[in-house]
Design a protein around this ligand. Structure first.
Ligand code: MG
Length: 336
């Protein structure tokens, strides 16, 4: 029997990205209780994609009617996708639960069922939200074990933040402007400046509706550009490949592991760099994404590390590296 409930996840630090700030996030935990076994999924609805807790729950009510637990998720996903428009976080929650069920039925971890190569520790980046120079410095010191930092820019103190980070570390930075730069001349100036400060790539420099400007940027940029907000369900990958060097795939954006694998296949044929990202979300969602993590170039799976009251435990993170486990399904345990 399907059940779901809302959890409130409190953030360690007030989380600010270009145009948005928050102290907590709400996720929806989806469960299917089958005797002594429970299968888990998670939805982290995002207002950027016209989703709320309410719209996600309405979608979950409908989607659970199409979800056949005794079948492989890849055969069910097209039914989920046709059952309702949009609401990809809700679709992802059901897809995850189907993978968890498949793994627990066959007593295998999902990564093994998917023939993903035996994973070892994979380097993670820690996200540094927009903040004052002083607080940014403290967050960077707190993140000392992470080999890479992801810095949110597109606020009013971009250069000050980077200078503050560079005063304490020279480790590689990924920059995410979250659509925050509106003018392409300003954007290229920032990218050139960042290139001389050990930045690896820049994610979503400009708004998703300014694709022509990003094509212009790509022709000039010394750094690879990665699409995040531009990669929604309406996006055409060949079009995106004109403007970007890579894409940030998130289970919550595309609807789960099944469509993520399909996107990865298409991205590889286009020669795109593949990043696997997440929302601020509980370990259920991170563990689901981690099952396919060895297949991508760049991991950005720290959404559960930004919260203080995660009710679930999934992958271990040691010295800034994420480790998959051998528990069946998604390998997620409830802490309660
Ligand atoms: Mg992003």
């Amino acid at each position: 029997m399907w059940q779901w409930h809302v959890i409130r996840l409190d953030l360690k630090h007030r989380f600010t990205i270009a145009n948005r700030s928050s102290d907590f996030r709400e996720n929806i935990v989806v469960r299917y209780v089958n005797g002594s076994e429970t299968y888990y999924g998670l939805a982290a609805p995002n207002p950027r994609y016209d989703e709320s807790v309410e719209t996600a729950i309405s979608a979950i009510e409908i989607l659970t009617q199409s979800a056949q637990l005794n079948q492989e998720p890849v055969t069910i996903w097209p039914l989920l996708n046709q059952a309702i428009r949009g609401q990809y976080a809700a679709k992802a929650s059901i897809d995850m639960a189907l993978y968890d069920a498949w793994g627990k039925r066959t007593n295998q971890p999902v990564w093994k069922l998917l023939r993903v190569p035996e994973p070892h520790g994979m380097p993670l980046c820690m996200t540094i939200g927009i903040d004052s120079a002083e607080r940014v410095k403290q967050k960077v010191l707190d993140a000392h074990e992470f080999p890479i930092l992801k810095v949110k820019l597109g606020g009013s103190n971009d250069r000050e933040m980077i200078e503050s980070i560079r005063s304490v570390t020279s480790k590689p930075l990924r920059v995410d402007a979250n659509e925050g730069w509106r003018n392409r001349e300003d954007a290229i100036r920032e990218i050139e400046w960042l290139a001389s400060r050990n930045t690896v790539f820049v994610e979503q420099p400009m708004p998703s509706d300014q694709l022509d400007d990003v094509i212009w940027l790509k022709q000039r940029s010394p750094l690879p550009l990665v699409a995040d907000e531009s990669l929604d369900h309406r996006a055409s990958l060949p079009d995106l490949a004109q403007a970007y060097d890579g894409i940030n795939i998130k289970l919550m954006k595309c609807g789960g592991i099944t469509p993520a694998l399909s996107l990865m296949g298409q991205a590889r044929t286009l020669g795109l760099r593949i990043m696997l990202g997440c929302m601020v979300e509980s370990s259920i969602g991170i563990a689901a994404a981690a099952q396919i993590a060895p297949l991508v170039d760049d991991l950005d799976l720290d959404g559960n590390l930004l919260i203080v009251n995660d009710p679930f435990r999934g992958c271990d993170v040691v010295d800034g590296h994420i480790y998959l486990n051998h528990r069946p399904g998604l390998g997620v345990l409830s802490k309660t």
